[in-house]
Design a protein around this ligand. Sequence first.
Ligand SMILES: N[C@@H](CCC(=O)N[C@@H](CS)C(=O)NCC(=O)O)C(=O)O
Length: 378
Amino acid sequence: MKKPNVHTLYGITHSLYTGRARSYLIKSGVPFRELSTGHESFKDEVLPESKLATIPVLVTPEGEVIRDGGAIIEHFECANGRLFQPSSAKQQIVSTLFDLVGTSGLLRPAMHYRWNYLEENEEFLHYHFLHSQREHPEREAKTQYMMSKMQTAGVLFGVTEATMPLVETLYLEFLEALNQHLSEMPYLLGWKPSIGDFGLIAPLYAHLGRDPAPLRIMQQRAVRVARWVERMNRADQDVAEFFNPGDDYLADDRIPETLMTVLRVLAEDLVPETRAAAEVINQWLAANQPEPGTPAQGLLAGRLFGMAEFSMRGQSVSAVAQSYRFVILQRLQQQYMRLTTPQRLDVSDLLRRCGLEALLSIRLDRQLGWSDNQDIWL
Ligand SMILES: N[C@@H](CCC(=O)N[C@@H](CS)C(=O)NCC(=O)O)C(=O)O
């Protein structure tokens, strides 16, 4: 493979998971260029190494290929002394919790506000789907195919005519609570972004903070959140509206009450969905007994494990069960296990007060590991 002299991020502007890695690179000052997956090099040189056809993928100046936003972030965190991981117990767990929320918990509103508001979004989306490919005779047909395939993503994550009003209600409650929190400080845990901020930017950038309809809603109802979305894509701290800014996470492992309110709203579907997804995947594991080392993540269209059935606020929902949710949850549980007994008590008390304590005990019957750019069953 030809070696570029800066990091190359393969992604597309409107991709959810690319937003997480991009924001991390920007905030940590790593010089990079971004190439779309339409480049020949993606198919010819990157895909054979990245193994699974997902984005983002990073190619380092040395030619190392790293697939998965979390693995890209981990690559730098490992080298920089964990610049964006709070070291105190509660803040570290809450940071990982928001990584879970961002990468799995908000997919329903993200897909809904993109694909069920096509009157406002279609032209914008069409531009992006079209231009992520180089010019070729089938470009328009392929765009139509990709867009119509993605339109079913909302249903896959549990958005139907019946659940739509509740999906919107919960999202708007979340937006209001986060807006309130961000009036006190510019990032989730104070004055600098954490791993949780990078997780949360995934759905809140490309979909909810950039597509025309949800962007309008965010700008009109939650200007502080809209500012945070901008801020997460700028290299500087970008806190012009705060006149006495700090430069670190909040002191004394503090989790503000405003953030607890955000977590309480998120818990409403995060907990039942995680429980239901664990049941589905555990049944699959019992029936299939994958060999250790077997890749765990399929492509979205694969619906490998089945649908998780659960209820939120009395409304039944059916949403695809995915292993990635448990990659992050397992990390959270491992962090919890490394804490001292008093710290654990503190954390479980905090989670209990937010309705999230169950997340400490919901687990898959097999652990997940990472090998050769893939999540694997251990
Ligand atoms: N765990 C991966 C997930 C990446 C992912 O699913 N990316 C989407 C685009 S935002 C994708 O490539 N989907 C293709 C598919 O699943 O078929 C990460 O965090 O990078």
